[in-house]
Design a protein around this ligand. Sequence first.
Ligand code: IYR
Length: 230
Amino acid sequence: MSLQIGSDMVEEHSFISYSKESYSEDEMLKRSKDFYEWMDKRRTLREFSDKPIPKEVLGNIVKAASTAPSGANKQPWTFCIVTNPEIKSEIKKAAEKEEYENYHGRMSEEWVKDLQPFHTDWNKPFLEIAPALIIVFKRVYEEIDGNKKNNYYVNESVGLATGFLLSAIHNAGLVALTHTPSPMNFLSEVLKRPENERAFLLIPVGYPPDDAKVPDLKRKGLDEIAVYYD
Ligand code: IYR
């Protein structure tokens, strides 16, 4: 059904019944605890094995990401799934060029110091080694019948979808790095993306190497992150 809003015709959604899953309080307690403990096992890795990931698995991970809520359900995202070795090399070369500048003057001394415990530097070998790079683009606007139509809450929407993506990667038994080469415009050029898309995050995905090591980080406790207003 269409609705007239001002001079525009807008397609109305038909509404369908929501099939609800509900649990007893005991079940809720167990499920919420189990889920937290499982999510707590997710860690960022900066090293990967080069073992390929089945294409259908990558597709399912991206489909899970696309279930995130978005402003007016505009789904303002594009996920580029790069497994082609030449394109991965091009991305590595361009990312390292920017990161070299970052580590040699563009980042503040304090920032470089804050990164020391993570042993990061301008070298990004994982961009060639990881079997897949998922580059998340935000779609700032859509071009419809030659007119630009802005999307809404684009950063929030794409941030949520990326969170879902990381959870889906963890669920598949794979690992990822939330990588932020900066500036990221080289990704639009290498991947030949249209003008309405801007790179948001670059997520190398793969299996952990046999001898994987991660920093022994502590997450903040509930008392540090939650404020109750009972
Ligand atoms: N983009 C750089 C620097 C960097 C910044 C932050 I904040 C990190 O948590 C990690 C790295 C790089 O990728 O090395």
